[in-house]
Design a protein around this ligand. Sequence first.
Ligand code: ADP
Ligand code: MG
Length: 729
Amino acid sequence: MSHSSRLESGFTGHPKASNNSRSSGIVKISDYFGCNVFGPETMKLLLPKEIYRKLQDSIQNGKKVDIDVANAVALAMKKWAVSKGATHYCHWFQPMTGVTAEKHDSFIDPVGNGKVLESLLGKQLVQQEPDASSFPSGGLRRTFEARGYTAWDPTSPAFLMDVPGGATLCIPTIFVSYRGESLDTKTPLLRSLDALNRTAMGVLKYFDPSAGKVYSTLGAEQEYFLIDQSYYENRFDLLLTGRTLFGAPSPKGQQLEDQYFGSIRERVFEFMTDAESELYKLGVPLKTRHNEVAPNQFECAPVFEETNVAVDHNQMVMDVLKRVAARHGLACLLYEKPFAGVNGSGKHCNWSLATDSGKNILSPGDTPHENLQFLTFLVSIIKAIKEHSALLRASIASSGNDHRLGANEAPPAIMSVFLGEQLTSVLEDLEKGVTSKGTDAEWMNFGIDHIPAVLRDNTDRNRTSPFAFTGNKFEFRAVGSAFNNAVPLTVLNSIVASQLVETKKEIEAQLKLKKPLKAAVIEVIRKTYKESKSVCFEGNNYSPEWAKEAQKRGLPNITSTPHALEAWRSKKSVEMFGSLKVLSESEVESRYHVLQDKYWKEIDIEAKVVIEMVQTQFIPAAVEYQTQLADSVLKLGKLEDGKIKVSFQKELLKKVSRLIEESQEGIEFLKTRMEKAASLSDAHTLAFFYCDEIKPLFSPIRKTVDELEGLVPDHLWPVPKYREMLFIL
Ligand code: ADP
Ligand code: MG
């Protein structure tokens, strides 16, 4: 591609004009927040009182919705949606691909005489049978029973996806097989929330008998990159794999750290406000926005919500960011590591537990009694991470996240817990049975009553920890930016639920010894902490010393996805999921297979893109330059006086020729390995083969091509460069 065609194809060096769809005039967010959500307020207004009450009862207590209730809700939903311009409805679900899926049906119902009416029946609201046999099921659906069903999840409100082309009523659903096995990420999440409620209530009854329910809360910070759409379209590695497989570093990257929290450029700002207003309409309580560390990297975060709703909302955030970006001539990159050499993107999942009266269980209280409760839950969580750290690692495994974890910008693949100095010393003192002053003391004096005071000014934030306590919640920082949070959250909820069963047993055992409650609980806290504290780490998680230390402590450090995924189907995980009724053994197996499959297929696509880009873009560009150099050497050599030196051109010609040869050789070898891969059949073997035999071949090829990028004239280089993608917007 010549320089001029590079311009024709869109890289003008100037961003496309943005089109800000915001109407002028001042509009308060509170005036339109949630206007596209069929939430409790709207329902209260539009549903008969009795129906509303019955529906709320089903939602709160997990009861089945009667068909008469479903009919009435469907009618009200349809009226509401049609009045807002919707023509279609869809069951919105989250198959194991990790993204959301939707199949649209129009509301029309023929009523004779060539006329139609809009209608939505209760049974259409409650259940659908999409022809969705192409979604991965990991073997759960054999073709003879290929049907999958979507079923209404009334705990997540229906909403209107209102895009320039028209509006669609989206009904959040779960996706299950004919035999009731989960084919999605949502069903296990709901089951894990149920398990967490049951088991946490079992422990909470010793402290707060008035609580009626425990649920987990989630606030997901979302990182992403924005680049000009024309660059995106001209890099088919980005387009097809989500990341740049080639690209020499820009002279300026993130070394000056002048992007972080910097002032937001206008074009980006227009995009952000546009995306935000779409999300506000959808009831997503976005709270913060800022520039992130890498150039053209940004972040947004909502106020936390109940996990189920927060998971749906994060799926909407990702969807809206991408769609609205396109409107502004931008591409929003959610991939974990789109650019080498600058930071990748993650999702910080802030997570806690709350009671139905809104009390945060991970917030230290004002009384020793409240703090005993706090510490009991805290040590249970630490123990859960210790026991299931390999599974927690598996829950965030993907080919994209492999590039990010442990790359000095994100936590390593070692799952550890950060507590902060103050809390650590409280637990250490408790364990040893001494106060900070080093003297034996009564239970009362273990500093438990002082926790709130010390935590409130606890500012020692450890940004390198994968799982950090931040005062009244944990921040799970190892989740990848493109993830569906349902998966890591299902695992987190489940392992904690499983540990709470043990904690309850331990308390019961202590009480049987006729100990008073307080002494019994302190004994359990002490024991649990002692058994799990090897997973606690306060230092720099990015340092090589930690990897060594972790190995000594026996903590797993699993750096690649296929190896990490094994933890899904370990005996321990299968038993844990089974006993809590979150996932059956066959459901666990199916997830394992879907994830292994996804992994190798992603690397397979990358390999094919590497081959094609080198063959059709980079080598031809380099050959063009090679020819120019050869011409120059020949012509200069022919000059009669022989006084003009051609040694420099010759050297350059040699260098370019060598690099062309090397990249060609790299590709040829990769092709032979791909042939071998094509002869393999099962997902497990393929995943390991692609991880160990194919993926390592990319980086030497890249190195050669990136070197060529530094030699070939700028106008001959066929794809946008890092300095363009990361700095022109
Ligand atoms: P940071 O310093 O990490 O940016 P913030 O206080 O801004 O910390 O919180 C980040 C995220 O944590 C926000 O989404 C916020 O709503 C969420 N958060 C705060 N409290 C809780 C909680 N109890 N449970 C879950 N998430 C929470
Ligand atoms: Mg944070």
